[in-house]
Design a protein around this ligand. Sequence first.
Ligand SMILES: C[S@@+](CC[C@H](N)C(=O)[O-])C[C@H]1O[C@@H](n2cnc3c(N)ncnc32)[C@H](O)[C@@H]1O
Length: 325
Amino acid sequence: MDVGDHAAESGHVPVMLDRVLTLLAPAVQITGRAPVYLDGTLGMGGHAEAMLRAHPGLRLIGLDRDTTALERSARRLAPFGDRVTLVHAVYDELPSVLDRLGVPAVDAALFDLGVSSPQLDEAGRGFAYSYDAPLDMRMDRTQSLTAAEVVNGYPPAELARILREYGEERFAQRIASAIAREREHTPLDSTRRLADLVRTSIPAATRRTGGNPAKRTFQALRIEVNGELDTWRRALPAALAALPVGGRIVVLSYHSLEDRITKQVLAAQVADTTPPDLPVPLPGHQPRFRLLTRGAELPTDGETATNPRAGSVRLRAAERVREAT
Ligand SMILES: C[S@@+](CC[C@H](N)C(=O)[O-])C[C@H]1O[C@@H](n2cnc3c(N)ncnc32)[C@H](O)[C@@H]1O
């Protein structure tokens, strides 16, 4: 039985699991001390459990901003005892988390971005347009900003910007205007009302193509409520800074905006910044990382057929080859 089968047995198959394990393995096969694996998006603990099983000396530091996810994965990972440290944190708090734990470096890191299947499937959390629920969409229910506050409180121009930038929604202006008109009468308080409003505010011909018309609006609101892009823009450099030479990182992204950030941040690290007019590379300017993937890797057809969540995933990975100067 391979490690992937254990995860499948518990009823939840982590995305691109075997590829993640293969990419991270060389970074944690070290001697002399317990290697440290950072799971920046612990979720159900599927990838984390497989890593702990595959590497008996491994220590896990698992972060999640969702306390329900942490409670569930704490139960799942209990058999690994004190090899597991779980922290309620947004991943851009990584430097202070490592500081508090007295962990100067992590050997391997995984970020499986976005929302988890349980968050999407739990109707009451308001992430899904397919269930009627309060407009919430907070991954961390201890934070105050909800989707209802965004929808009912933001100026229409700001709403339109969010829908355009984070949802890549070409009818952003029409939808924002429809929201502004509607909320003058009664605040928009449910996923169903918002999804219906989006559907009726876009041209009839478009409603019949390209899946549920509310999909892009819901994605945009979720990104805004959880500050997803800004936190990722801060977290990725922090995670790279925590890797020693030989340390590896794998990132799984599910929409083009977060994948673009990943690609750009990694590209800056693998570039040789020696001025082009110099004949030889300057030592302090040589690449600090090398890419382990050519472009973004996609899941196999077999995986997308059995795990719909894997459909949009893009995997990128890198290894530190030089200390930062
Ligand atoms: C796709 S799931 C991870 C699934 C996990 N790899 C597994 O195998 O079960 C993403 C998780 O990351 C968490 N998350 C998303 N953004 C976060 C952030 N900025 N900081 C901390 N956790 C975050 C979510 O709450 C969710 O539980």
